[in-house]
Design a protein around this ligand. Sequence first.
Ligand SMILES: Nc1ncnc2c1ncn2[C@@H]1O[C@H](COP(=O)(O)OP(=O)(O)OP(=O)(O)O)[C@@H](O)[C@H]1O
Length: 307
Amino acid sequence: MNKVIAKVENLSHKYSRDWAIRDINFEVFNRGILGLLGSNGAGKSTTMNILCGVINQTEGNAFIDGINMRSKPVEAKKLIGFLPQKAPLHIELTVDEYLTHCAHLRSIPKVEIPDALERAKAKCGISHFSKRVLRNLSGGYQQRVGLAQAIIHNPKLVVLDEPTNGLDPNQIQEVRKLIKEIAEDRAVILSTHILSEVQATCDHIVMIEQGTIVFSDSMYAFNNYIAPNSLIMEGEVLPSKEELLNVPHIEKVEIINSNKIRLRFSNADHITQTLIHKSVEKGWDLKEIYLEKTDLDGVFAQLSGKA
Ligand SMILES: Nc1ncnc2c1ncn2[C@@H]1O[C@H](COP(=O)(O)OP(=O)(O)OP(=O)(O)O)[C@@H](O)[C@H]1O
C-alpha cells in the first residue's frame, strides 16, 4: 500500500533578498519515482537541499517518514540517500575502498559493511568492478558507483540531482533502467530540467518554475494535460484554409509555406486519421502528417496560460 515517506509543507526559502522558492507543497510516496522538473534557477536544488538537510529553510517544514528535518536532522538524514549533480567520488580509490568509506560515513556497523557493499554493488551492476580504481571507470559506471553510495545504507528515500547529466545515450538508458530498479523498493526523487527524462522514468511529477509549483500530479495526468494541440501537414498541393477549417475540431490554420501547414485543434482524438481519410477522399496530395511535440518552454507557456 502507498505510504507517504516525505513531505514538504509551505516551504519557502530566501538566500538574501529574493525568495528562491515560495510556498512549496508536495508528498512523496514510498515506492516509485517523483520527477522534480524545472528550468535552470527554478528552485529545484534549493528544494532538494532543504529536504536533504543541507540548508535550513526560511519558512515551512520538511519531513522524512514523519521526522522533521529541521528539528531532528540526524534521524531524518539516516533515511535518505543523496546523489548530487556532481557525484562525490574519490577517483583515486577502488570501488570497494570508496563504498567502504561511504558505509563508515553512514555509520553502518563494521560487521554489516561487507553485506551492505555486496547488496549495493549487485543492485547497481558493479560487482565485477570491485577492485577497479574509479578514475578508470566510464562515466556511466562512475554514475552507478554514485548510485551505489546513495543506497549503501538502504535508505527509504533516494534523491538524485540530474543523474544522467553528461552521459552518452546508451549510458542514459542504462542509468534510467537502474534508477527504475532502485525505485522498486523505495522512493526516488529525480530532479531534472529535461522533460523527456521525467516522461521516461517518473510516476509523479512536480513542476516548479520561478520558485513556485505550476503542476503536481501523476505522469499520466501530466501527459494528458500537455497533449499536443498542433500538427504539421506537408504536401505538394495542400487544401485551402477554408477547407481545413471545415474539418471537425480544427480551430486554426497557419500556412508556413506553400508545402507546409500547421493546424491547431481542440480535440486530439483521431485527428490524424480524420485528416488522412479526408486527404484520400478529396485527393489532397498529402506527403507527411505529424503531431508537434511540446518542449519544456511550450509546456511552461501552456501551464501558465491554463493557470
Ligand atoms: N547560494 C545562493 N545564494 C543566492 N542565491 C542563490 C543561491 N543558490 C541559488 N540561488 C538562487 O535561487 C534561485 C533558485 O536556484 P536553484 O539552484 O534552487 O535552482 P535550480 O532549479 O536547482 O537550478 P539549476 O538547475 O540551475 O541548478 C535562483 O534564482 C538562484 O540564483
